[in-house]
Design a protein around this ligand. Structure first.
Ligand SMILES: [Zn+2]
Length: 167
């Protein structure tokens, strides 16, 4: 799957195997609908089949460190070989599957889309920078967690700039 580096790559959906927990979280920070395969046991052919079936059924790209599984999945999977998450992101960007940038529109813990936070949700969060002009707040209705620019993913943004976008 190639294509232009922009639009199609905005909506790629993923299914990440259990070895890729950090990548899973980071993809959510970047706005990508990513589910974790943590419920599936590894190296079990039957479980692999279920995983593959789910990825295909839901139109998700399977991300796996399992060479055998990647082989079976063919075009529906990306074999992740490097353990370094920045290298993993670089691989996905290189394939045109993602445009790396922190978007803060999806909960990194549960994958639920964030919505603009209500006044009372913001006022309850002790460390929220309420007095910063123009600061926008978002809310995960599932985890009841407040997000704002810089609260989460700031380090990731810096690392993406340093490690993925240059070179
Ligand atoms: Zn959540």
């Amino acid at each position: 799957m190639s294509g232009t580096p922009d639009d199609p790559a905005r909506s790629t959906r993923f299914l990440a195997d259990r070895m890729l927990g950090t990548l899973c979280r980071y993809l959510r920070f970047m706005g990508y609908d990513t589910v974790s395969a943590s419920g599936y046991r590894e190296g079990n052919t039957r479980e692999d089949t279920l995983l593959l079936k789910r990825a295909r059924g839901e139109g998700r790209v399977l991300l796996t460190m399992d060479r055998e599984l990647a082989k079976r999945a063919g075009e529906d999977a990306v074999l992740i070989e490097d353990r370094d998450v920045m290298e993993q992101i670089r691989v996905l960007a290189g394939k045109g599957l993602i445009v790396p940038a922190v978007r803060l529109n999806r909960c990194s813990l549960c994958n639920t889309p964030l919505r603009p936070a209500r006044e009372e949700e913001i006022s309850k969060a002790r460390h929220a920078p309420r007095s910063t002009p123009g600061m926008e707040f978002f809310w995960c209705p599932q985890c009841r967690k407040l997000y704002w620019q810089g609260s989460h993913g700031k380090d990731l943004e810096k690392r993406i700039k340093e490690n993925v976008l240059q070179d």
